[in-house]
Write a protein that binds this ligand. Structure first.
Ligand SMILES: NC(=O)c1ccc[n+]([C@@H]2O[C@H](COP(=O)([O-])OP(=O)(O)OC[C@H]3O[C@@H](n4cnc5c(N)ncnc54)[C@H](O)[C@@H]3O)[C@@H](O)[C@H]2O)c1
Length: 265
């Protein structure tokens, strides 16, 4: 069987480099393109501390789209870069796997629309780690019995968006079993703005950013005389790779958008 030809957008980033390694190591996948706005002309192998592999960093997406050497493009950049590039990629008939976070509901809806219109497979996951997917599933179950809940998410201090895509998806999952309600003292007030965190249907969410962290989250439920904590830690970016490789292999099997790793496991 022919290998699936994969391009990585944001190839020089923290995630992009790991993804390039995993694609190069996967017998079913072939790395045919690496795109970034930095390191133009660098061999990807050298970039990831290995021997040269013959794929060099390109900054011009148009060249790639014209040459059509891609089955799947994996995007781990930032929301603005993604919105500038992904519509053109989809319009050129290339399937997309998106890990970039910070997209609004309308922006995700537009990617769905474009994928359906162009008969292309699109996949988006706010978190590609299986443990994080289970954390969301367990949180949804727990919220049936514990409606008082707050979310604390912790990431490295270079992250742009807050709260994280995982925190938003977690609260969306919890909202499927918990009615919107206000928590805390009705008369509570903040002496420092933001002290009580962001608010999603009455669920408070707190975003911590520190060097040394990768991606961590606690979902804390309070009940009478008891606390339930569901916690997930991505201790290295390896935790995301099996999910991303799986999506790269499966995305060409459907037309339109699939959202969430739980839907392809
Ligand atoms: N879904 C998940 O499981 C998951 C996991 C980790 C990170 N993320 C998300 O992935 C994204 C990237 O994270 P990171 O830590 O690798 O960030 P990073 O800043 O280390 O890497 C981003 C890369 O994108 C490049 N880039 C910026 N604009 C570009 C453009 N227009 N075209 C091509 N490349 C461009 C940058 O030069 C950089 O190399 C973020 O949105 C982050 O939240 C998602």
């Amino acid at each position: 069987m022919d290998k699936i030809k994969v391009g990585v957008m944001g190839a020089c980033g923290k995630m992009g480099r790991e993804i390039c390694k995993s694609v190069l190591d996967d017998p079913d996948l072939e790395l045919t393109a690496a795109i970034d706005v930095v390191n133009q002309g660098f061999d990807v192998g050298i970039l990831i501390g290995r021997p040269a592999c013959g794929v060099t960093i390109e900054t011009n997406l148009n060249n790639l789209l014209t040459n059509k050497i891609l089955d799947v493009l994996i995007d781990f950049t930032n929301a603005q870069a993604l919105l500038n590039n992904i519509p053109r990629v989809i319009e050129n008939g290339i399937n997309v796997v998106i890990g970039t976070t910070g997209l609004t509901t309308d922006e995700i809806r537009n990617i769905k629309f474009l994928a359906e219109k162009n008969d292309v497979g699109a996949f988006i996951a706010p978190n590609f780690a299986i443990g994080a997917v289970l954390m969301m599933k367990f949180a949804r179950e727990a919220a049936q019995y514990f409606p008082y809940v707050e979310v604390i998410e912790k990431h490295h201090d270079q992250k742009l968006d807050a709260p994280s895509g995982t925190a938003i998806k977690t609260m969306e999952e919890i909202a499927k079993t918990r009615k919107p309600m206000k928590q805390g003292n009705p008369n509570e007030y903040e002496k420092i703005p933001g002290a009580r965190g962001g608010d999603f249907q009455g669920i408070k969410v707190h975003s911590m950013r520190l060097p040394g962290l990768i991606a961590h989250q606690e979902v804390i439920f309070g009940g009478v005389g008891q606390i339930l904590t569901i916690r997930h830690d991505s201790l290295s970016r390896d935790s995301f790779m099996p999910g991303i490789m799986l999506a790269a292999k499966k995305v060409k099997n459907w037309k339109g958008l699939v959202y969430g790793l739980e839907n392809i496991l």
